[in-house]
Design a protein around this ligand. Structure first.
Ligand SMILES: CC(C)(COP(=O)(O)OP(=O)(O)OC[C@H]1O[C@@H](n2cnc3c(N)ncnc32)[C@H](O)[C@@H]1OP(=O)(O)O)[C@@H](O)C(=O)NCCC(=O)NCCS
Length: 307
């Protein structure tokens, strides 16, 4: 009989211990990963989760766990997400057993794909051997001294707001294109959902919309906000998103200057780390974030559940 079963409340302590151990291992490989972990909060979240956790139980000894949250994504439909704390195993056959059980349930709940966060480098191989491919990267940078830079003549950065929605939408379209999203493939619902997200972002007092103008015309943007608690990320992390430069201003160092300006702001505000995310196929983003010193911490891998 397979040793895999659904996890129950009394498994929470053992699962939390496994997650704490795994995060410690990740942090010892990559110091940009935080091993901070509240067992209490994790156990509470597990106890109240609507999605099942699968465990491999070898005569009372837990040898692994797998958890995935299934929900609808406006762009990709119904998918299942697993964070860095959503699985543990020491042996590959344990992972195989857990996946067999979980896939069956996820498929039954209409999920078309499984996405999992794994430690960049060391953590990806087992998933790749199981048909997963890397889709995006989480990168971090430890902040220290402020950066020296000068804005070129005519460049001016200001804080944008809701009145800049059309500009933000135009930059958003540039980012979609760079991520391989064909704009004419978006449905009206997807467009409306994107626009609603942007309206929320521009109206959020915790969110800072940095807009660069050259001689009064929008040339680049970047959005920052304090990263909410996220497994594997340090406290006091600023998140940088939606970085984009108008095509005619590219390859002149504008993104570099803007990111340095934004990071200086963050350092003055007491942030100790910065985090970004980019799509693996976005070559300019991959090259840009590396050139700015960001290092991959976790990568997200995806596997279709249709096969
Ligand atoms: C990525 C982007 C913001 C870069 O802006 P930029 O002002 O041209 O960047 P910079 O001039 O500061 O370039 C800094 C470094 O990034 C890398 N880079 C930038 N564009 C690149 C490209 N097209 N191909 C390869 N590397 C690139 C290079 O390492 C470059 O240094 P170098 O010019 O000395 O070789 C811009 O291309 C863009 O808006 N792309 C579309 C939106 C997007 O992908 N945003 C990122 C989302 S995560």
């Amino acid at each position: 009989m397979s040793p895999v079963r659904r996890g129950v409340k009394s498994d929470a302590t053992a699962i939390a211990q496994r997650v704490a151990d795994q995060l410690s291992r990740d942090a010892s490989v990559e110091p940009l990963v935080s091993k901070h972990f509240s067992r209490h909060d994790f156990e509470q979240a597990l106890a109240h989760s609507a999605s099942p956790v699968w465990v491999e139980d070898s005569s009372g000894l837990l040898r692994g766990h797998l958890y995935g949250a299934t929900f609808d994504d406006p762009l990709n439909g119904r998918q299942t997400w697993t964070g860095p704390d959503g699985y543990s195993y020491e042996f590959e056959n344990v992972l195989d057993n857990l996946c067999d059980w979980a896939y069956r349930e996820w498929r039954e709940s209409g999920s078309a794909a499984h996405l999992v966060w794994a430690l960049a480098g060391n953590g990806t191989q087992d998933w790749i051997e199981r048909g997963y491919h890397v889709v995006s990267v989480r990168g971090s940078l430890a902040l220290g001294e402020t950066f020296d830079f000068t804005w070129p003549a005519g460049h001016h950065v200001r804080r944008g707001d809701g009145a800049d929605l059309d500009i933000a939408l135009a930059f958003d379209a540039l980012i979609d294109l760079a991520q391989g999203i064909q704009l004419d493939s978006l449905t009206d619902d997807q467009r409306e959902s994107n626009e609603a997200d942007l309206v929320d972002l521009l109206g959020d007092p915790d969110c800072h919309y940095h807009l660069v103008e050259v001689d009064g015309v929008a040339a680049a943007q970047c959005v920052t906000f304090p990263l909410p608690p996220l497994r594997g990320s340090h406290d006091d992390t600023v998140y940088l998103g939606s970085l984009a430069v108008e095509p005619r201003w590219r390859r002149r160092g504008l993104a570099t200057v803007l990111v340095h300006a934004v990071l200086n702001h963050a350092i003055e505000d007491g942030f100790r780390f910065a985090e970004v995310r980019w799509h693996i196929d976005n070559e300019e983003a991959t090259s840009l974030w590396s050139s700015l010193g960001f290092r991959p911490t976790y990568v997200q891998l995806r596997r279709s559940l249709r096969t």
